[in-house]
Design a protein around this ligand. Structure first.
Ligand SMILES: Cc1cc2nc3c(=O)[nH]c(=O)nc-3n(C[C@H](O)[C@H](O)[C@H](O)COP(=O)(O)OP(=O)(O)OC[C@H]3O[C@@H](n4cnc5c(N)ncnc54)[C@H](O)[C@@H]3O)c2cc1C
Length: 381
C-alpha cells in the first residue's frame, strides 16, 4: 500500500467540495491501491461559499444543499481548514511542498464592473455587496441603509431578480428564514415602493430562470408591471423561443403579465426590457438613472436608438454578473475574470506516488478536476 495521495483544494464552495467527493470515489486510485487524503482550505471561517453567502435567504430549499455538502466534509479522508487564505497565508510554493495535486475552486466573488458616468456616486451599489450584507458575510459591515422609495436594479439574470425581490419584499416575510437581526432591522426600515429592473436586451433574452421570474409576482403586497412597448421580438428571439423551453416559458410569463389589469398593490416591481443604462444621475448622490432605448437587430442582439429615458431613483443596484479574482502566482484572464482551466487531458500528477497511476483523460479523477468547474492548475515538478 503506497502512502495516500495528498490533495489540496482551495475553496470550500460546492465546486471544491464536490471535487473532493469525486476524488474519494475515484476507481482509478483505488484500483492501484492508493488512498486519498484531502485538505479543503477556505479564506472564510465556514464552508459552502456562495451557497451560504450568495443564495437568497428566502430560497431555503437551495440552501439545503449545505446538508449534502456537510456529509461530504464529514468523510474521514477530508479535512476542512477555515481562515486560510491562498495568496496571504499560503502561496503556490507552500502548496507544492505539501500536496501531490491542487485544485483551485475559488469561484466568483465580485461584481463585473459597469463603466458608465455616475457609477461611483453614493447610492450606487454592486449587487455582490448587498447580497453579502443580507447573507451576513463576515467581511461585510453589519449595517446597510436601504435608502430610497424608488430604486433601480440593472440586469436580467437570477442575481438581479434576487436583489429586486429582496428590495420589494416585506421584511416580515423573511422572518421565517435564517436572516440575522441586523438584516431584518435594515430591511424593515426600508421605504421602497417601486423597484425598476432594467434589462439591456429583449424579453426572449431574459436570463432569469422561469421559477425565479414567476416568484417575483408571488410576494405578498407586490405586483409586477411590464410595458408592451418593451416586448419587441425579432427573428433571433422567435428562434430562441423555438429552441429553448426556458425562453418560451419566460416569454409566456411576461406576456401574461402584460395583458392583465393592475392590482394596485402597495409595492411595484417594474420590468423594463430594451433599456440600456448609460448614466447614473445625481450631484452628490444618486437621484436618477438614464437609459437608452434599444432595438433588436434581427439576431437577438441590440443596438441603441438614440432615445433616452430618465427615471427618478434614489439608489441603483448593479447585477450584471460576477467575476473571479486573480490568484497569486496563477495566470488570470481579466476579460473572463477567471484563471484558465486546463482541459482534463492536460492534468498532470507528477509526484512519485501518483505518476505510476496517472488518471487517463476521461477517468473520474480527471473529470473531478474539470466537471465541477473549479479553477485548476496543473501540478508541475
Ligand atoms: C447572489 C447569488 C445568488 C445565487 N443563487 C443561486 C440559487 O438560488 N440557486 C443556485 O443553484 N445557484 C445560485 N447561485 C450560484 C451558486 O451560488 C454558485 O454557482 C456556486 O456557489 C458556485 O460554487 P463555487 O464552489 O464555484 O464557488 P463559491 O461558492 O463562490 O465558493 C468559492 C469558495 O472559495 C473561497 N475562496 C475564494 N478565494 C479564496 C482564497 N484566495 N483562498 C481561500 N479560499 C478562497 C471562498 O471563500 C468560497 O468559499 C447564486 C449565486 C449568487 C452570486
Amino acid at each position: 500500500m503506497t502512502r495516500p495521495l495528498r490533495v489540496g483544494i482551495v475553496g470550500a464552495g460546492p465546486a471544491g467540495i464536490y471535487a473532493a467527493d469525486l476524488l474519494t470515489k475515484d476507481e482509478t486510485l483505488s484500483s492501484c491501491g492508493t488512498s486519498v487524503s484531502i485538505d479543503i482550505l477556505d479564506k472564510l471561517p465556514s464552508p459552502y461559499g456562495l451557497v451560504r453567502y450568495g443564495v437568497a435567504p428566502d430560497h431555503p430549499r437551495i440552501k439545503q444543499i449545505q446538508g449534502a455538502l456537510h456529509k461530504i466534509l464529514d468523510k474521514p479522508e477530508i479535512t476542512f481548514y477555515g481562515n486560510v487564505e491562498y495568496g496571504v497565508d499560503l502561496k503556490l510554493e507552500d502548496l507544492r511542498r505539501h500536496y501531490d495535486a491542487v485544485v483551485f475552486a475559488t469561484g466568483s466573488d465580485r461584481d463585473r464592473p459597469l463603466d458608465i458616468p455616475g457609477v461611483d456616486l453614493p447610492g450606487s451599489h454592486g449587487a455582490a455587496d448587498f447580497v453579502f450584507w443580507y447573507d451576513s458575510h463576515p467581511d461585510v459591515a453589519p449595517s446597510w441603509h436601504v435608502d430610497g422609495t424608488s430604486v433601480a436594479v440593472i440586469g436580467a439574470g437570477n442575481v438581479a431578480v434576487d436583489v429586486a425581490r429582496i428590495l420589494a419584499k416585506d421584511a416580515d416575510d423573511l422572518l421565517s428564514t435564517d436572516i440575522t437581526d441586523n438584516v431584518y432591522e435594515g430591511l424593515r426600515a426600508k421605504q421602497i415602493t417601486d423597484v425598476h429592473v432594467f434589462a439591456r436586451r429583449g424579453i426572449a433574452q431574459c436570463k432569469a430562470t422561469p421559477m425565479e421570474l414567476r416568484e417575483l409576482d408571488k410576494q405578498p403586497g407586490v405586483e409586477v408591471l411590464v410595458y408592451a412597448e418593451d416586448f419587441d421580438m425579432d427573428e433571433g428571439s422567435l428562434q430562441a423561443c423555438e429552441e429553448s423551453n426556458q425562453v418560451k416559458t419566460n416569454v409566456k410569463v411576461l406576456q401574461n403579465w402584460a395583458i392583465r389589469d393592475e392590482r394596485g398593490a402597495e409595492r411595484r416591481l417594474h420590468l423594463h426590457f430594451l433599456h440600456s443604462p448609460v448614466e447614473i444621475l445625481g450631484e452628490d448622490r444618486v437621484s436618477g438613472i438614464r437609459t437608452e432605448r434599444m432595438e433588436l437587430t434581427g439576431d437577438g442582439s441590440v443596438k441603441g436608438t438614440g432615445e433616452f429615458v430618465d427615471t427618478e431613483v434614489q439608489a441603483v443596484y448593479r447585477a450584471i454578473g460576477y467575476l473571479g479574482s486573480p490568484l497569486t502566482d496563477l495566470p488570470f484572464d481579466e476579460d473572463r475574470g477567471s484563471s484558465p482551466t486546463p482541459g482534463a487531458g492536460s492534468w498532470t500528477w507528477t509526484r512519485s506516488t501518483w505518476t505510476a497511476c496517472t488518471p487517463p483523460a476521461g477517468s473520474s479523477a480527471a473529470r473531478s478536476a474539470s466537471s465541477a468547474t473549479p479553477r485548476a492548475t496543473p501540478w508541475r515538478p
